[in-house]
Structures are given as C-alpha cells and as structure tokens.
Unconditional design. Structure first.
Length: 281
C-alpha cells in the first residue's frame, strides 16, 4: 500500500477573473501544503471560472488563460515542493476537429497538472453536456485521453464532471489503467436532493473503476446558477470516507491508503484501510 494525503479545495471562482482565480489557487495551495498534502485538487475550470460560455470563443481570452496558467505554474507554491496542485484552464487545440466535423482550433474544457514550476499534463473533458443549463457541446472540442499521473507512489487517473455521469469515456477505462485513485473535478450546480444522487453516483463509479474516487466540486454562485460544494471521497467499494459541507468554501484533507503504483495489475488487490480526514475552512 501507498499513502497519499489528498486535499480537495472546494472554492468559489469568478468567471473571467484570471488573476483573481489564480490568486485563490495559490492561497489554497499554500493551505494544502501547510496541511502536508501531496496533492491539492480544484474544481472544474477554476482558473477561468464556470460557466465560461462565449468567453471561450474569444481568441484573446483563450490566449490570456494559457498565459495565466503558465504564470501560475512558474509562481506556484509547489515550485520545489512535494505538493502538486491540480488547476483547470481553458486552452486551444490547434488542428483538432470539433463537434459535427467543425474546423479545428476550438477551445477545450481542460485540466492541467502543475508541479515544480511547469505544466506537466493537460487533458480535456470527454462528454460535453448540452442540456438544461449546459451549452458545452457548442463551445468546446472533446477530449480523448485518460491521463494517469504517478504521485507519491500512487497512479491517479483524472476525469471532468460530466465524464462521471455518462457511461463510457474515462471512467470505463480507469480499471484497465491500474489507477489507485480516480480524481474527478466538477462544477456541478445545486439541485434539491442532488447530494444523495452524487453520493450514489460516486459509489457506483468507484466500484466500476475498481479504485477509490475523489470528487471535488465548486461552491458559490454565477448568474442564475448556485454551486453547493458537497465534495466527497469514497473507497473502491463505494463506502464514504470523507465529505465536505455544502455552500461554504472548504479544504477537505484526507489520508488515503491506496494500492501502490503497478500493484493492481495481474494480482490480488490489497485491502483498503479507512481514510483519515482533516477539515480546514
């Protein structure tokens, strides 16, 4: 087994405020580092704000978001430390084709791993919702990769919000990847009784993926949308390990005992020990 101290930063970003959101990432990353976390994860599109809507179709904004991400990486508290922040950002995808064969160059609803002053890995959302309050299919190009990062002896796979709700995509291949943790970043709006639905979904997808699952969600408001947080971590059998409160910014820090990298393939899975969590407001 390998031990990973994970911090879920359930925070409120502002659409279009790249500098302000970057400052929040730095502040909460410092808090996570002070708590001894090996990894801190932020909600979906934390750097740009969500829903970004047609701002993502402005080339100047996309370029500004990419520049902000690079500056954030270079100035991050993780430079030279063991903490690796997870920070989503919108970026372009030159040469890629969009929905229904539209020309390449559409932006991505993407996430990036930052560590040691660099942007190490980028990946994009697979399932782009186009129902209710969502209009992502019109704006973004689809992703087609499951990034797996080895961190502190654990292989961590990543997915973005709707990828958890829809069958197929990243969750369906997580088990084959041998990951010990599936990290899902979200901007999931509040609905009555959705907290129960989220927990059931996380439990079901953890069992499908065959590993622990960490779900970090945005909190706050944007126009008519309210985000309630309710971040949660469940074990590979779907049992809840730790959970953040609703409607408040919160840093949920949890110690997880997870399968060591490479140990899940071709052999019996180690027994899971309960997670230990520490709450920080």
């Amino acid at each position: 087994m390998a031990q990973l101290r994970l911090a879920l930063a359930q925070v409120n970003s502002t659409v279009g405020d790249l500098d302000g959101n970057a400052d929040q990432i730095v502040t909460w990353t410092r808090r996570a580092a002070e708590a001894g976390a090996h990894l801190v994860a932020f909600p979906e599109m934390m750097l740009t704000g969500y829903p970004v809507e047609d701002l993502a179709l402005r080339a100047s904004f996309v370029e500004a978001s990419r520049d902000a991400l690079q500056r954030l990486a270079r100035g991050s508290p993780t430079r030279g430390s063991a903490t690796c922040p997870w920070s989503p950002a919108t970026s372009t995808a030159p040469g890629r084709r969009g929905p229904l064969g539209r020309p390449g160059g559409l932006p991505l609803n993407a996430a990036a791993w930052l560590h040691g002053g660099e942007v190490l890995v980028r990946s994009a959302k697979h399932h782009l919702p186009n129902y209710g309050v969502f209009d992502e299919y019109r704006i973004f190009a689809r992703g087609d990769r499951l990034p797996v990062v080895r961190l502190h002896g654990v292989d961590v796979a990543t997915a973005i919000c709707e990828d958890l709700w829809q069958d197929g995509g990243p969750v369906s291949v997580t088990s084959a990847s041998g990951a010990g943790l599936l990290l899902v970043i979200n901007a999931s709006p509040y609905e009555r009784n959705k907290d129960d639905a989220r927990l059931e979904l996380c439990a079901s997808r953890a069992r499908e993926a065959g590993c622990a699952l960490a779900y970090v969600n945005m909190v706050g408001g944007q126009d008519e949308l309210v985000f309630d947080g309710d971040s949660v971590i469940v074990g590979p059998d779907g049992s809840p390990l730790s959970r953040a409160p609703q409607f408040v910014e919160h840093l949920l820090v949890t110690d997880l005992d997870l399968p060591a990298a490479g140990r899940r393939r071709g052999g019996p899975r180690p027994r899971r020990r309960p997670g230990r969590h520490h709450d920080h407001h």
